[in-house]
Design a protein. Structure first.
Length: 119
């Protein structure tokens, strides 16, 4: 690991009383540590995003046609069955309606996979 190797060089430079080299290596260690800290922060954010996504999909309820989150009046959705089941993606469906004299058609459609769920 880069930080361990640089640390060993710092110890060696200090033992050899080479202050200039030791100072340069300490600065290099600080730079490496900041890079690691930044990478660690980004990875933790990504883990949180993925965990939230897992929780979102795990909390869904399938009603035979579409997925919903929550129960009763507080439920959210609907979400596309194909996208949830096949890809683990929570894609909200869009309601569509066409009405003409003697004709009425209502459905949900997914803008991601183009699925149509008739009501």
């Amino acid at each position: 690991m880069k930080i361990i190797d640089t640390g060993k060089k710092v110890i060696q430079a200090i033992q050899e009383s080479d202050n200039v080299a030791a100072n340069q290596l300490v600065l290099e260690l600080q730079s490496i540590a900041l890079e690691l800290q930044d990478e660690n922060y980004k990875l933790r954010q990504r883990i949180d995003e993925l965990q939230n996504h897992i929780n979102l999909v795990d909390d869904m309820v399938f009603d035979g046609k579409v997925y919903w989150r929550g129960e009763g009046d507080d439920r959210e959705g609907p979400y596309c069955q194909r996208c949830v089941d096949a890809e683990g993606r929570a894609i909200r469906l869009q309601f569509r309606e066409e009405t003409a004299p003697g004709y009425e058609s209502r459905w949900y459609e997914c803008h991601s996979c183009q699925s149509h769920i008739k009501l």
